[in-house]
Design a protein around this ligand. Structure first.
Ligand code: IPE
Ligand code: IPE
Ligand code: MG
Length: 230
């Protein structure tokens, strides 16, 4: 199928939704859905890199998710710690860079240390960047960027604002996929998604195979992007 994908997006975003329902359907705890989701996330990062995607941003934890039961959050943090060490190191060894966007001060210190460690080891001139949105909220990102521009005494222009977002220097996403059946963005890349092509699938994230990812990319390559022009 990969051969038929005529246009590979530079930047893909994935809202990885449906882990909990995937587990509940199997009468398993929600945490096992997150565990299966993490495995899928790493496999998709590898696939995206192999297909020539330059940036992959995955929505792993929203600021709103931080109000979930502590038990679920602790399981997620423990998964992030272990997956970061094992798999992110593997990606970095293959020349990929890792970046994190979000308010890391809202996460436990041992989680941010592991993440920061991976980020610091990342090459500067990578051909593929894996971006994890953690404790991320699009609206607060915009407010913080605007406040910083104002504090610097700058005029509030699109350029001054976007260069103060977490994603400064990263091109806007061309394609955003949401798994899990909901038709919304849930505060993901609110500024950056202005002209992204959107793709929604009922497939729950742990079932979103590399083949389904390729099918989504095939859909993207058939879209006509006009950016307001005729
Ligand atoms: C998405 O899956 C992952 C996170 C938000 C951490 P959910 O946990 O939201 O799964 P559902 O939507 O309840 O099935
Ligand atoms: C969006 O999923 C956030 C992530 C995938 C990290 P949610 O499950 O939190 O979204 P809502 O609550 O259904 O909008
Ligand atoms: Mg959900």
């Amino acid at each position: 199928m990969a051969d038929n994908i005529s246009k590979i997006p530079t930047h893909v975003g994935i809202i990885m939704d449906g882990n909990g329902r995937w587990a509940q359907k199997r009468l398993m705890p929600r945490s096992s859905g997150h565990s299966a989701g993490m495995k899928r996330m790493i496999a998709l990062a590898q696939k995206a890199k192999d297909l020539g995607v330059k940036y992959l941003t995955v929505y792993a934890l929203s600021t709103e998710n931080l109000s979930r039961p502590q038990e679920e959050l602790d399981k997620l943090y423990s998964l992030i710690r272990t997956y970061f060490i094992k798999n992110v190191d593997k990606l970095i060894k293959q020349g990929a860079a890792v970046k994190v966007i979000g308010d890391l001060s809202l996460l436990p210190k041992d989680v941010t240390e592991v993440i920061q460690n991976g980020v610091n080891k990342s090459p500067k001139d990578a051909e593929f960047t894996f971006i994890m949105a953690l404790a991320y909220g699009g609206r607060s990102e915009i407010v913080n960027a605007a406040s910083r521009a104002v504090a610097e005494g700058l005029e509030l222009t699109e350029q001054n604002l976007s260069s103060r977002l977490y994603t400064a220097g990263v091109p806007d996403p061309d394609f955003i996929i949401r798994t899990g059946g909901e038709l919304r963005l849930s505060n993901f890349l609110m500024w950056q998604a202005a002209y992204a092509e959107l793709y929604f699938t009922d497939t729950l994230f742990p079932d979103f195979t590399n083949g389904k990812f390729e099918k989504a990319l095939l859909d993207f390559s058939s879209r006509k992007r006009r950016f307001g022009k005729v």
